[in-house]
Every structure is written in structure tokens, then in C-alpha cells.
Design a protein around this ligand. Structure first.
Ligand SMILES: [Zn+2]
Ligand SMILES: [Zn+2]
Length: 908
């Protein structure tokens, strides 16, 4: 590692090489801690206590997924936490995996088939499933390599796939247990149906989107011709399946009509008027059409009143044979137009209103979901939700930000049964077998395949459907650790600690994991759910492929490195807020991380090239350690600031304030260590002053600490630099370096105050220099008066530093007796005066300022005339006038500043 650092930081190459090295050393693995056996040279397993564990289960990406910025943010946050806890000495397990993603993956392969003009039905179930497997094997899990490219330190040796044999066994076990407890049942209900994917969906998978629609008011004549009842509907085509009209029993408008018949237009069928509490008298006319086969509320009304269900649609959402001949085969939206037209022609369309309402869309293909009556499998959720809700109420499960907990509780309180069967082929087939013999009709749910009926010995057939993808992923906190077996892994790593996720899957996944954990493990799977924001563009739109407003994280890695990507994401995401990036300006978007990496690199180049030479340890048993009284003010200050940074970063990470942690580490390394301390120690390092060994010891230690504090956020550059610090063995890695601990002995309020005043003084002089255009090569004199005790001590200790950093030729304690110059007052009341008489060419500065003042006066008077002109102010848009007024105000302000400057300089 003696080779000098390249002049420019160039992450390409360095990062992938480091990642390989980390993997070779097995630094992300958690198997060795499990037995207590360390690396080489560790004491025997038995004598060493096991370290405490820390576990994060990674939200498993879809097996076909490609990394996007949302994954980038989500996984960076997890990696920061896991690296932090690993450095704190915990057995930190980040458990990765991928999801077979039923609908999504099946869609991908169906699209491939469609290119050859085929559907899955053409090739049959077995061949299709084989086709999906080979697609999955061929493409591999691309996203794993991509997660490695951004530095994710998951324990890849444990990566699971939700269709693996072990996890499939867990799925069956869970299904059968719930079935035996009668928490899984098969029922004939209205479910959400995607007519494109041709499968049932859960309520969560049917995204409700606010949509501009219409409310059609249709007249249904009374059978005896004595009048009509008007019903309002957003889906007129479903009237083809109406089997009643319902009103509220207490609605006086309709009391006399209850029990009478209506003649249904278009289909010419008689339907009754029924009274039901479920009707909202305030909606529309208070009378509602009842279509038991196409609406969940109507389905319940139909059950209560023994109404028939007429399914007028095919699975593809075309009108079925149950619809009148002329409608059969029509698409649902075409049928809608035709129904409305027929009502209109018959004079039965009362009115049409605009109506904004929530419409369910398939979360995989965005097709409008159709409520559909069918036989499906459901999980009875209320009993499972109870302990999961209690865990939250008792404070065992907490949310960051806290308000998300309310959403969780609300969902749990209003939980509905979970439709888990999908009419797909890719997934866990439902482990239920039906006896073919109608007289026997045995149904059996089984952990192992069944080949004949246990009751009559006759042939059986397995349910055709597969399970919802989430039915396997809700188990991963324990199924990925060997459950249902009682494995050492399971005992050691369950329950975990933190779950980091985007809010979108709070109900799909997070809430259900809590339920399954309570049910099957008797314990919630994690203590904290950290919900981070969403990555959006500058117009506040979510980044997405379809909008074309995304930024590919790997492009950023290639251009600026993974550390720049990670730092920018972490620094830009406060708890409860979104991350805003500009897809049209990647350079500026990622400048925070890129600039910081460059700064770090440059600071390291200086430090590393100056660390050679005699040095002594800061602490330790040897008699040769640096004594406290050898430390200069600056040394004491940076050691105190370093300690403060350790406290701040640690505390922020513990509270999931990742952006605050990044900011605190940044401030310490950039503003304090690089900009002040390194500048201060240069004369000592160059041998111009004594105490070089002390300065070297202090800078090496504080830089080491700074790198460790930054490592979770910027793993690659910190490793590169840390390995080059003196005394590293070839195998030493910052990945497992101990997290810095606060050190009470480093606290030094006096040094912090004194060095702080010195910083103020230097900054004040620099400001005066900049303001009056004092050239960089020019020194100035400085007079300090009314000195507070700390200023006096700071000046006594650091005269040389002040002279060097502020380019001061003479520091006068007392009044200088001059009039012309710049003033400042420090926090402790010390007055600072920078005489400028001999630092600048007074005549030239006065005439330069004079010219500026004249120019401004000219601008001001023109502008005043313009704004006094009614022609302009009356005709121009208000915003333009306002802008012109602001210009005038700003010129007046500038003029005032320059005039005051001239006065201070004593210009004539
Ligand atoms: Zn769909
Ligand atoms: Zn049987």
C-alpha cells in the first residue's frame, strides 16, 4: 500500500476490485459468528461468547427485476445500517433473496411467447412452467450483480429464491396449518379480476386510482306501467346482469314500492324492489341497481334476499352468453356505450353527470379490474391481525416515521380476508386435491403430493391455481432460515431487527410478515419498520420507466462511482421526505457525493504523503505516548471535534436519521479536519515548527475515525484510503474495523471555544479581504481590541496560524489608530479591525467603487421612470411588474452597500 494515490479519484475499477476482495475474505458472511469461530488466530469456539445479532431482511426483488433508483435508495439505506452494526461488532445478517413474482414473471414469458404468435394455452401448463424456469435461469438474477455494484454487503451465501424447495416446503406447511385451523377456506365470492392477466387479485393488488368517469341515471319502468324508479350507476353495462333494485328500508320515498316489480329495459326481465340496510339513501336517487355477479355489495344484498346471480361477462371481460344476443362478445366498454344508447333511444336516460371516483387497476398491467364472482381460496385475516395489532399497540413494533403506525393500525383494524388463489401457472400450486368421485367428493390439503383419495382410494386431481406471490414472501423472515425445521440459524437470527422499505409494500408485505411471524413463530419478525421516501424528479413525479423520467443508478456508478450515488441519496433523504433528483442533469444531481469523494481523496493524498516520519501513539501503555500537555490548542480542538462527530453520527444512525449522520461526518471531515486542522499543522509537518510527531499522530487518528464514520455511507473510497494508513496488515479491512467509541477524555470545551474564536477571527479577516478586493498575495494588518479572555488565549496560542491562514503581516493588540478599513465583532465581544490604507490602492478602489455607484444610480433612475409610467404598470402582467420592482429594490440595496464602503474607505 506504499504506492502513492493517483492525483485524481477514479472510482471505476477500484470499486469492483474491492468488492471482489471483500467477498473473497467473506466479510459479509454471518456463518462464522454463528459458531463463534473467528478467522485465523481466533481462540477456540467454546471460549468465545457469541456476538449479539442484528438482522435485516431485504425486500426480495422480482427475479426478473432490473435495478432502478428506488432499489438504489432502499438498498443503500439497508447497507448503511448493516455496515454500521457490523462495525459495532454485531453478527450483522442482511438476508437477501429474490421473489418468483407470479404475475410479473409470467407476463414476461407470455410476451416472449406472443412474439412467436403463441399463448401459454398453446403450449400447455408443463411446457410453459419449464419455459419460465429456463428464462429465469438464462437471465440469472441480474439485480444481484447490480446490488453488488452499488456496494450492498448482503450475506449472498444465504440468498434464497421463493420457489426453492425449502421455501416451497414452508409454503405448504403454512397452507396446511391454516387450512387445518380453518383459517384458509374456499369460497364463492366477488373478487378483483384482471381481464388481461386472467387471474384473481387481492384487494391490495387492485390499485385504486381516482378517475374521471360518469354517473348515468337510468330509468327502470314499473311492471304495471304506473311510473318508474331511477337508478344511478358508473358501470351501465352491468345492468344486463341486474336481478333487483334496492332501497333503504327507512327511505320514505320508496316505502310503497318495496316488493313491487320493475321491467328491466334492454333485457326485458322482471326484477323485484327490495329493502336493504346496505343502501345509502344519499347516493344518487337512493335506489340502486343490484348486480350480484359483478359487485361485492350487491353480492351481499343478493345473498340476503335470495336473488339469482347472472354473470354477464367472460373472463376476458366480454359480454357472455348470459347477455342478450346482440351484446354477446362485445368488450365491456363497447357494451357500455350500447346500453346507454338503447336507454337514450327509449327515452329512459334521465341524465349523465361527471363523476370522479376510485377505479381499481391491476398493479401489474394497469388494466381496469373487474369485480367478478368466482371460486377462490381465502385466508381469514381477522384472527391473524389481532396479535399483530397488539404488538404495535404494546409498543413492541414501531414505525419510523411514527405516523406510519396509524396506517398500519387502521389497515389491521379493517382487515378483509385475503384472496390467495391466482389463475396462473407460475408459482406455488395450491396443495389441495379433490376426489374425482362425486359421491365421495373428499377435499384434502396436504404437505406431500397426494396420488389417490384417502377416503375411497379413487383418482384425485390437484387444484389448478397457484398461490399469490406474497403468500411465499410473507414467510421469508423464518422460511429463509430453515423453518419449519428448528435450525440453529432460525434460533440465532429470528426475530430480526429492522425492516427498511418503501411505503408501497407496507400492506402487501410488511404487515403480513408481522402476522405470519406472530402465528408461526409466536414473535414479531422485526422491531422497527423504517419507511423511506420515494425518488422523484424535479416536477415531483415518481421516477418510472413508463414516464421516462428515471435515472439508471448504474449510469451514476459508472460516471461518478457508487459512493457518490450513495452519499447523494443518503444526504438527500430525511425521515419522512422524498428524494428529488433531476433526470436532465445527472451531474448536478450527484454533485454532493462526487465533490465530497474528491475532497476526501485530496485530503487523503496530503495526509498520507505527510505521515512518514517519526510519530508516537496517542494512547497505550508504552512510556512513549503523547502526553496531554504536548498537545497544542488545534490538536485538542480536533480531538474534541472528532469525539463530538462520533457521538453525533452514532446517535443519528441509531435514530435512523441517516442524512444527519452523513451531514455530521461530512462537516467533521471536510470543514473541520481538511479545511482547518490540516492547514493548521502544515508547519509542524514540514518541520518548520516542533511537534511534528504529535501532529502526525493526531491527524492519523482523527482521519482514521473520520473514514470509519463515513464507511457505512461511502464504503469504497473509505476502504481504499483506510487501508493505506500506517500499520495496516494486508488483510485488514475497514468493513470489520471497530466503530469509533466516544472518549470522554477528548472532550475539551475550552479548546473548542478558543479554536472557535480563532476560526471566527480568520473568517472575518478573509471576508474583509474578499469584500474589498485585497489581492491573494497581499498581506494585511489586523487590530484586535476589547479582547475577551478566550480571544486573548487563542491569539496567544495561535498567532502563527492566524498569520498564515488570514495572511496577516501584523497582529496588533489594541487600537490601530486608523480609520479606513473593515470591522467585525467576535462572539466573545472582541472587536476586529482590518486597516486597509496600505493594503489596497485607495484611490483606485475609490474610483472603482465610484464607477459602480454611478452605474447603479443610472439603472435606478431609469427603473424608477419605468415603474412610474402607468402605461407600463397597467399593461404588463402583474408578475412582470413585480419582477421589475424587485430589480429596483435589489439595485437600491447594492447602491447602499457600496456607498457605505466608500464612506468607510474615506473616499472623497
Ligand atoms: Zn393485469
Ligand atoms: Zn374419494
Amino acid at each position: 500500500m506504499s504506492e502513492p494515490l493517483a492525483p485524481q479519484y477514479n472510482p471505476a475499477g477500484i470499486e469492483s476490485e474491492l468488492y471482489r476482495w471483500w467477498e473473497e475474505l467473506g466479510l459479509f458472511g454471518t456463518r462464522r459468528e454463528q459458531t463463534g469461530a473467528g478467522g485465523s488466530g481466533a481462540p477456540p469456539a467454546r471460549s468465545r461468547p457469541l456476538p449479539p445479532v442484528y438482522v435485516i431482511v431485504m425486500p426480495p426483488p422480482n427475479v426478473t427485476a432490473v435495478l432502478h433508483m428506488g432499489h438504489g435508495l432502499n438498498n443503500t439505506i439497508q447497507d448503511v445500517l448493516i455496515r454500521f452494526e457490523r462495525m459495532r461488532g454485531k453478527a450483522a445478517l442482511w438476508l437477501p433473496g429474490s421473489d418468483h413474482a407470479g404475475i410479473a414473471t409470467q407476463n414476461v414469458v407470455e410476451r416472449l411467447l406472443a412474439k412467436d404468435g403463441q399463448t401459454r394455452f398453446d403450449i400447455g401448463r408443463e411446457a410453459f412452467v419449464e419455459r419460465v424456469w429456463s428464462h429465469v435461469r438464462e437471465t440469472g438474477v441480474t439485480i444481484v450483480e447490480q446490488l453488488k455494484a452499488i456496494g450492498c454487503s448482503a450475506d449472498w451465501s444465504r440468498a434464497y429464491f421463493t420457489l426453492d424447495e425449502d421455501l416451497s416446503r414452508a409454503v405448504r406447511e403454512v397452507f396446511v396449518r391454516l387450512y387445518e385451523k380453518e383459517l384458509i377456506y374456499r369460497g364463492h365470492y366477488i373478487i378483483n379480476w384482471c381481464p388481461r392477466c386472467l387471474t384473481a387479485l387481492s384487494n391490495e393488488e387492485a390499485d385504486k386510482e381516482e378517475t374521471d368517469g360518469k354517473l348515468w341515471h337510468l330509468r327502470y319502468p314499473l311492471a304495471d306501467g304506473s311510473g318508474h324508479v331511477t337508478v344511478a350507476t358508473t358501470r351501465p353495462e352491468t345492468m344486463l346482469g341486474d336481478t333487483a333494485v334496492a332501497v333503504h328500508p327507512a327511505d320514505e320515498r320508496y316505502g310503497a314500492l318495496i316488493g313491487r316489480k320493475l321491467r328491466l329495459p334492454v333485457v326485458d326481465r322482471l326484477v323485484p324492489i327490495v329493502a336493504d340496510d346496505a343502501v345509502d339513501p344519499a347516493f344518487g336517487t337512493g335506489a340502486v341497481k343490484v348486480t350480484p355477479a359483478h359487485d361485492p355489495t350487491d353480492f351481499e344484498i343478493g345473498r340476503r334476499h335470495g336473488l339469482p346471480s347472472i354473470d354477464v361477462m367472460t373472463p376476458e371481460a366480454r359480454m357472455s352468453l348470459a347477455a342478450p344476443d346482440r351484446f354477446q362478445g362485445l368488450d365491456r366498454f363497447e357494451a357500455r356505450k350500447r346500453v346507454v344508447a338503447e336507454f337514450e333511444a327509449a327515452g329512459l336516460l334521465e341524465k349523465v353527470e361527471d363523476h370522479r371516483h376510485a377505479v381499481g387497476h391491476c398493479y401489474r398491467c394497469d388494466t381496469v379490474v373487474e369485480p367478478r364472482l368466482s371460486d377462490q381460496w381465502f385466508v381469514r385475516m381477522a384472527p391473524l391481525a389481532k396479535p399483530a395489532l397488539q404488538a404495535y399497540r404494546d409498543g413492541h413494533l414501531r414505525f419510523v416515521p411514527e405516523r406510519r403506525g396509524d396506517e398500519y393500525a387502521q389497515w389491521m383494524e379493517n382487515i378483509r380476508d385475503w384472496c390467495i388463489s391466482r389463475q396462473l401457472w407460475w408459482g406455488h400450486r395450491i396443495p389441495v386435491w379433490y376426489c374425482d368421485d362425486e359421491r365421495c367428493a373428499t377435499v384434502v390439503a396436504s404437505r406431500v403430493d397426494v396420488d389417490r383419495c384417502p377416503d375411497c382410494g379413487g383418482p384425485v386431481r390437484q387444484d389448478e391455481d397457484v398461490l399469490d406471490t406474497w403468500f411465499s414472501s410473507w414467510l421469508v423472515p423464518f422460511s429463509a432460515l430453515g423453518w419449519p425445521d428448528d435450525t440453529p440459524d432460525l434460533r440465532r437470527f429470528y426475530p430480526g431487527d429492522t425492516l427498511v422499505t418503501a411505503p408501497e409494500i407496507l400492506f402487501f408485505w410488511v404487515a403480513r410478515m408481522v402476522m405470519s411471524g406472530c402465528e408461526f413463530m409466536g414473535e414479531i419478525p422485526f422491531r422497527t419498520v423504517y419507511l423511506h421516501g420515494t425518488v422523484r424528479d424535479t416536477q415531483y413525479r415518481k421516477m418510472s420507466k413508463s414516464l421516462g423520467n428515471g435515472i439508471d443508478p448504474l449510469d451514476v456508478v459508472e460516471l461518478y462511482g457508487a459512493d457518490a450515488l450513495r452519499y447523494t441519496l443518503v444526504a438527500g433523504s430525511a425521515v419522512g421526505t422524498d428524494v428529488i433528483l433531476d433526470p436532465n442533469d445527472i451531474e448536478t444531481s450527484f454533485a454532493p457525493g462526487r465533490n465530497f469523494a474528491n475532497k476526501l481523496w485530496n485530503a487523503a493524498r496530503f495526509i498520507l504523503s505527510n505521515l512518514e516520519g517519526p510519530t508516537r501513539p496517542l494512547a497505550g501503555p508504552a512510556g512513549d505516548v503523547v502526553r496531554r500537555d504536548e498537545l497544542q490548542l488545534a490538536d485538542r480542538w480536533i480531538l474534541a471535534r472528532c469525539d463530538a462527530a462520533v457521538v453525533e453520527v452514532t446517535d443519528a444512525l441509531e435514530r435512523f436519521r441517516l442524512n444527519e449522520a452523513a451531514a455530521a461526518a461530512y462537516r467533521f471531515v471536510w470543514s473541520e479536519l481538511a479545511d482547518w486542522y490540516i492547514e493548521q499543522i502544515k508547519p509542524r509537518l514540514y518541520g518548520d515548527q516542533p511537534g511534528g510527531d504529535v501532529a502526525r499522530a493526531v491527524v492519523a487518528q482523527t482521519f482514521d475515525v473520520g473514514l470509519r464514520l463515513l464507511h457505512p455511507v461511502m464504503p469504497f473510497i473509505t476502504e481504499t484510503l483506510w487501508r493505506r494508513l500506517p500499520g495496516r496488515t494486508p488483510e485488514a479491512s475497514i468493513v470489520r474495523a471497530p466503530w469509533p467509541r466516544p472518549d470522554a477524555r477528548a472532550q475539551d470545551a475550552q479548546a473548542v471555544r478558543r479554536f472557535g474564536l480563532l476560526q471566527e477571527l480568520v473568517t472575518a479577516v478573509r471576508q474583509v479581504r474578499a469584500e474589498y478586493g485585497v489581492g491573494p498575495g497581499q498581506t494585511v494588518r489586523v487590530a484586535v481590541s476589547n479582547l475577551g479572555p478566550e480571544s486573548r488565549a487563542a491569539i496567544d496560542a495561535e498567532r502563527g496560524t492566524i498569520a498564515r491562514l488570514a495572511k496577516v503581516s501584523e497582529l496588533i493588540v489594541g487600537e490601530s489608530g486608523e480609520r479606513v478599513g473593515g470591522h467585525a465583532v467576535l462572539t466573545d465581544g472582541t472587536a476586529v479591525f482590518v486597516p486597509l490604507g496600505d493594503a489596497i490602492d485607495l484611490d483606485r478602489e475609490c474610483s472603482r467603487l465610484g464607477g459602480e455607484v454611478d452605474r447603479l444610480l443610472q439603472l435606478i433612475s431609469t427603473q424608477e421612470r419605468k415603474l412610474a409610467n402607468d402605461q407600463f404598470t397597467a399593461k404588463a402582467p402583474a408578475a412582470v411588474v413585480e419582477r421589475e420592482r424587485q430589480k429596483l429594490a435589489s439595485w437600491r440595496e447594492q447602491h447602499e452597500v457600496l456607498a457605505k464602503k466608500r464612506e468607510l474607505l474615506g473616499c472623497g
